[in-house]
Write a protein that binds this ligand. Structure first.
Ligand SMILES: [Fe+2]
Length: 150
């Protein structure tokens, strides 16, 4: 868990903005309302989501690009995110922006649903990281989860 947290932390703070060619990919892969959600994310989350999308088959890209959009609503950076994760891991109570961050999946899922995202995108945002929910393709879920964790 610690190595994952450290990797994520440095990945987030050193992330490069998407290049014009990567932005072109986004315009091909997402509808306008979904692009708006994608670009509302901080650069670090955009970079992470793009990397996840690059590791999955084309039909899973939308879910990959949007799975963490709920984090952008919480307004906290890499340090606070890491602290919130450790705090919750220790079983300590959280509230405010930290609670928002730790429940970003549900918030993101609601945004994706409103913006017309697929059922899979909504479900993956809501339930990741976690087992495949009833009614979804286990192989697709595994591909997304593995790409998210890489
Ligand atoms: Fe992620």
């Amino acid at each position: 868990m610690l190595s994952h947290l450290i990797r994520r932390f440095f990945g987030h703070i050193t992330a490069r903005a998407l290049s014009p060619s990567e932005q072109h990919d986004i315009s091909e892969w997402l509808t306008a309302p979904l692009r708006e959600l994608f670009y509302a994310q901080p650069v670090g989350d955009q970079r992470h989501a793009y990397s996840v999308a690059a590791r999955v088959p084309p039909h899973l890209r939308e879910a990959a690009l949007l799975h963490d959009v709920g984090k952008s609503m919480c307004g906290i950076g890499a340090v606070q995110r890491s602290l919130a994760t450790v705090w919750a891991w220790l079983g300590l109570p959280v509230w405010g922006a930290w609670e928002c961050y730790l429940t970003h999946g549900h918030r993101g899922a609601a945004l994706i649903e409103i913006a017309g995202g697929s059922e899979l995108s909504v479900a993956f945002a809501r339930h990741h990281p976690g087992p495949t929910p009833e009614g979804f393709d286990g192989e697709a879920w595994f591909a997304l989860s593995t790409a998210d964790d890489a």
